[in-house]
Design a binder for this molecule. Structure first.
Ligand code: PRX
Length: 657
């Protein structure tokens, strides 16, 4: 898309809100010039910049000597190489020592009246008892544990207990099906699964233990399943494999010596979708990840010691890892863990929560904002939102209308809006305005965070595009501390996906524009990754699920624009000859729900007689996307198609359904 197409929105510039320039507390960065100065230093002298921050912000058992080594060419980046530290010590012990009564976690339960507050002192004891439990089960440094938990504080306890022992946690979002969970447990060869009897969300029950049972039946590495009692309902229980959390922790003392870890030892794995059917285990290491989480938490959200930070994401995704657990806790902050949905029991729920806990920074996804905007501003009115200073979004591009609504109705034009762009792989925010410093443009994530050397590349030549008013793909040209170091057990895939595409650069997979004022605009994925309500899926993953159905011969899944969820999944399917008149689309949708999870269900399935294929057999998803978007005049070059006569048939089919 040409830069000029965006001119109208690019010209809208919002100054930093009055109350942030300078109010109490004064923002850390108060002008764009100051941001530019710090940014320049961070890029020119990364060793000085990050070395200083790492010393100041983290507690080291042994100091590091080398700040950064290695690079993108060989995929051998390391940060703070000789340093030794422990993530749970950094997130809990040091704050519990100083301020044991400070609230670490506010649990806002699915049912509003059941909130719970946990102090740093309590968190320390809980983490230690669980760490001792894990130790007694034979788990050791380097083992992996799968965490499949609802949004309860015990999820954070589980993360940190693993981190205390150097066990690599692999959290699987509680919306994933048994099959998706099984694949992730198998890939990481996890020895333990930590789950709950059931989860609760939006008044509904999620049968977590049953899902885990179905998954674990096919996972020979799993020795135990540790079950947290969330609802108390009767669930199947298989001794001696299954153990109750509350019974096990009772056996152990609340102190466990933290394992001293090297900076580059793995902290966690998080599976995410790429362009193949098989999800990749993105691996993050200890020191660099924590430093990225802490610095972005401090500067992007302008976190100050008495703030109450409310990130509405799920701990099953990277946003929950970095901005519910590690960023806030490593900073000694009070973090809100929200179990429910924006509309349960009413569409005022978010605002009730903000008012009740006096949240100062509120962080959610554009999809939630679009939904609440649609339901009407009356649900926001009457709630005291005066505690808010910074309101943020993440996960997908935010359309200017939703941004304006967020600014006016929620922020009352007094809050800084931070549209934060980042990825599971980047570990922490890489592009965002800084409150107090950067004038915003609705829909633009504005400028790179400190230490992020952004480049816009020509997608074809790989040449870096200089100057303003350019469009290309987003790449990063210098290592940053919280970048993923590898894909679990598949370093070649890591190199091929991120570092070999454009030599010398980290390739994000996103299209980007840099406008005439140097502001960045994320245009969306340039690969086959689909984002549904901010949940990342791939075409291949959905196709692999559909093809498992006995009637399906061939399939192509695409992401199409959706007013509420940003993108929705649509799939085209051809059937095997003997099934042509029996199968209906509902059955196929169910197939995807069962294989991946309900959030991946295609919104629409077209059963067709053929798919557009190139002579080399490649299905042209791009053409299908244009047909669904009613852009038949933009189908492009069809000369490489094996079966061009299928195009009018597909157009007809889409129009009539
Ligand atoms: O396409 C970008 C989109 O989400 C992708 C990363 O997804 P995931 O790894 O699941 O992490 C989501 C939460 C960090 C990116 O490649 N994305 C994320 N944030 C934004 C965004 N697109 C536009 N604007 C954003 N602020």
């Amino acid at each position: 898309m040409a830069a000029t197409d965006h001119n109208n929105i690019e010209n809208k510039l919002y100054p930093v809100p009055e109350c942030l320039t300078p109010s109490t507390p004064t923002p850390y960065v108060t002008s764009i010039e100051q941001y530019q100065k710090i940014y320049k230093e961070s890029i020119t002298h990364p060793t000085v910049f990050w070395g200083k921050l790492a010393k100041e912000m983290l507690h080291w058992h042994k100091p590091f000597e080398t700040v950064v080594s290695g690079g993108f060419l060989h995929g051998d980046v390391t940060w703070f190489a000789e340093g030794e530290l422990n993530a749970s010590y950094n997130c809990v012990d040091r704050h519990a020592k100083e301020n044991p009564d400070k609230i670490a976690i506010i649990h806002e339960s699915d049912e509003p009246e059941q909130s719970r507050k946990i102090s740093y002192g309590e968190l320390l004891r809980d983490v230690n008892r669980l760490a001792n439990t894990l130790k007694s089960l034979g788990l050791r440094k380097g083992d992996t544990v799968a965490i499949y938990l609802p949004m309860v504080p015990e999820a954070a306890v589980a993360f940190l207990a693993c981190a205390r022992l150097g066990i690599i946690h692999s959290v699987v979002f509680a919306g994933f099906s048994a099959e998706a969970l099984r694949d992730r447990i198998q890939d990481a060869a996890s020895k333990l699964v930590i789950t709950a009897d059931e989860g609760r969300r939006g008044g509904k029950t999620i049968h977590m233990k049953k899902i885990v049972d179905a998954a674990v039946n096919e996972c020979p590495t799993v020795e135990h399943v540790l079950v947290f009692r969330r609802t108390g309902s009767e669930v199947p229980f298989q001794a001696p494999r299954d153990l109750w959390w509350h019974e096990e922790i009772r056996k152990h003392r609340p102190y466990c010596v933290p394992e001293v870890m090297n900076s580059e030892d793995p902290l966690f794995l998080l599976y995410t979708s790429g362009s193949t059917g098989k999800p990749k285990g993105v691996l993050h290491t200890t020191a660099g990840y924590l430093l990225g989480a802490m610095t972005t938490f401090k500067y992007v959200f302008d976190y100050h010691p008495n703030d109450v930070f409310g990130c509405m994401a799920d701990i099953g995704w990277v946003t929950g890892h970095t901005y519910i657990v590690y960023g806030p806790l490593c900073s000694g902050a009070t973090t809100v863990l929200f179990e429910s949905t924006p509309i349960y029991p009413t569409p005022s729920r978010y605002w009730q929560v903000v008012a009740k806990h006096k949240i100062t920074q509120f962080y959610t996804a554009p999809t939630a904002i679009r939904l609440l905007r649609k339901l009407g501003h009356e649900h926001v009115e009457g709630h005291d939102l005066s505690s808010l200073r910074v309101i943020g979004t993440v996960g997908e591009p935010i359309n200017p209308e939703a941004w304006e609504w967020y600014n006016e109705v929620v922020g009352k034009k007094k809050c800084a809006i931070v549209d934060t762009y980042w990825q599971t792989e980047t570990g922490s925010i890489v592009l965002s305005p800084l409150p107090g410093a950067i004038p915003t443009k609705p829909g633009s994530a504005t400028f790179p965070f400190f230490g992020i050397a952004l480049a816009v590349l020509d997608p074809v030549t790989g040449q870096e595009l200089e100057g303003n008013g350019v469009e290309g793909v987003l790449a990063i040209k210098q290592p940053w501390p919280s970048m993923t170091r590898t894909i679990y057990n598949n370093h070649d895939r890591y190199l091929d996906t991120y570092l070999n595409v454009y030599k010398g650069y980290y390739f994000s997979g996103d299209g980007v524009g840099r406008d005439k004022d140097g502001y960045y605009w994320i245009r969306g994925r340039v690969d086959d990754v689909i984002s549904v309500a901010g949940h990342r899926l791939s075409s291949a993953e959905i196709e692999s699920a559909l093809i498992l159905h006995k009637a399906v011969a061939e399939t192509a899944a695409i992401g199409v624009d959706d007013e509420l969820t940003g993108q929705a999944v649509n799939a085209f399917v051809t059937l095997k000859p003997k099934y042509t008149d029996v199968t209906d689309a509902k059955e196929l949708i169910l197939q995807v729900r069962q294989t991946i999870g309900p959030f991946a269900a295609p919104k629409k399935i077209y059963i067709v007689s053929g798919l557009p294929q190139t002579t080399s057999g490649k299905i042209m998803r791009r053409i299908l996307r244009k047909i669904v978007e009613n852009k038949e005049d933009q189908l492009g070059d069809l000369s490489t198609l094996l079966n061009p006569s299928i195009i009018p048939v597909l157009i007809e089919k889409v129009r009539n359904s």
